[in-house]
Design a protein around this ligand. Sequence first.
Ligand code: SF4
Ligand code: SF4
Length: 166
Amino acid sequence: MSTQAGSVREYFSALFDAITSTARAMYVTFKYVWAVKPVSIEYPEVREVLPDRARMRLFNDVLNCISCTQCAMACPVDCIYIASEKMPEGAEIKKTSNGQAIRLKLTQFTIDTALCCYCGLCTTVCPTECLTHSHDYEFSQYTVDHMKYDYLAPDVIAWRDRIVKS
Ligand code: SF4
Ligand code: SF4
């Protein structure tokens, strides 16, 4: 009789252990499902909002560039390549959006992004504020050579238009 009572006790003790350990495990599971904020996002459907001063891919609004080369001179890694020529005789002298005369015709504005260290010095010295860091971080390329961006090229102009609109 006492052996049977012991077996029943063992049975209920094991049952109790099973229920409490399952409840403990489910508590941990549901804590992560409902209470803990997820640390991952469903990129690319969801994108992080970057801080206002985040420094991503450089953007040059070339229509406001006066070819002064100050950005290239400030660059610590010499990754900005600029070329310009005199405006043709009698050509209308246009102005930038902050009122500076554009006396030179910009013929090349290239940045080798593979060398750029995103220090921001070039944007700081730009007198017309046409060179800025965008928030675009999606510009991976298959080769290092393709990291050189010619800001007068049609594909980069298309990219620029996307950045300006967004
Ligand atoms: S962010 Fe710095 S390293 Fe990059 S182009 Fe500008 S000055 Fe050069
Ligand atoms: S500092 Fe500004 S205006 Fe001067 S060349 Fe560079 S981008 Fe153009």
